[in-house]
Design a protein around this ligand. Sequence first.
Ligand code: NAD
Length: 447
Amino acid sequence: MIVLNPATEEPLAELESAGVEETDAAVARARRAFPAWRAVAPTDRARLLRRLATLVEEHHEELARIESRNVGKPISGARGEVAMVAQVFHFYAGAVDKHYGETIPVAGGVDMTFREPLGVVGLIVPWNFPLNISSWKLGPALACGNTVVLKPAELTPLSALRLAELALEAGIPEGVVNVVVGKGSVVGQRLIEHPDVAKIGFTGSTEVGQQVMRGAAGTIKRVTLELGGKSANVVFADADLERAAATAPYAVFDNAGQDCCARSRILVERSAYDRFAELLVDATRGMKVGDPEDDDTEMGPLISAAHRETVASFVEGEPLFRGEAPSGRGFWYPATLVEAAPGDRIARDEVFGPVAALIPFEDEADALRIANESLYGLSGSIWTRDGAKALRMARAIDTGVLSINSNSSVRPSTPFGGFKQSGFGRELGMHAMDGYSEVKNVFYSTE
Ligand code: NAD
């Protein structure tokens, strides 16, 4: 299997695609490594994760270059992502000895709970943030004492392979972190059905998420699903319109729109619609699109030719704005703004590309109705100077992650995940530790 640079279409590497046999061997290695890894003293496990975080920091530029070349993402963004990977491992190094049980008052003895690791966990990740999303799963999985088999996306396996080498260099014992490169329908499917895999931590499309749930039923496997999104960026007329418009392009076009948190439905109160649309077009026009390895580039290409076709199929008629994109080699697609009504396909389905739908609304109730009129519920933003209105909206929107007067979605210490068909379970923060452990209750009789 040939791994490409989507900005140039040049090959970066040729790898052998693993099959069922290699997947089973990786699960067997992880299974053998589990008893010793779960027995490592918490302070030692923390020290190893801390050492991995430090190695990621020491290899910051190298990892950012791998990610930028393999995904086609701007190097500035890739640097930010690798910095977050290190922070995530630092966070979970600190979490190892802070995720503990309770003692519960009962008659006739002492009742206590323990947090036990699950065993071997299968981690399946997509191509848009390969290293980042791997770290969100690896951090809590390892901190809780599990061993892992990580399956990166076929298109972007390179950073996961390098991370596995760094894990070994950090002193994490052989067999604890295993990476298997291969097709979702082969390696992924085998992990989902494997009797010795206790849990699947999955990030990807809602469609494959449904297959994960179905496949996991046979062995009652635990699953965490981080799926698609179609998030709303709600701008009220009383907001700081300049700030909201200046940041809105980044909230959709970051990673060329291939971001599950993309605020790709921009809802604007009608009385401010024309003014906001003008500001938004200006801000989008100012985005620098081009060579991902250039420090100033803000948007790179899409991941593949096939994906570009899918993205293009969403844009019918003349858009409000279409930006510039390089011609020639590379899977380029321009930043595009489309005026839409709530029921339109472009306003409903996840495009996963640099296309935003601009939708007017009448008042608070209308904004809430449109925002919630989605199968998804991953992220979102509210822009207003009225604090009470912001909080009313924040409580009423059915979404897992919401920002007020900001478009930020992820931090190492705060829970991240979806409502509705955006999935369930939470990554990041201490909440993720619950997803990689079981609660065991022990009663000790004192009679
Ligand atoms: P995808 O669902 O096609 O693939 C995700 C992973 O699943 C890949 O590793 C793939 O090889 C594997 N896979 C595919 N078929 C499989 C099968 N039958 N069994 C097991 N594994 C299988 O998604 P993608 O195209 O790589 O990524 C884009 C999607 O991911 C978008 O929908 C996006 O919204 C979503 N996403 C969600 C989050 C989140 O945190 N909620 C983050 C990033 C991306």
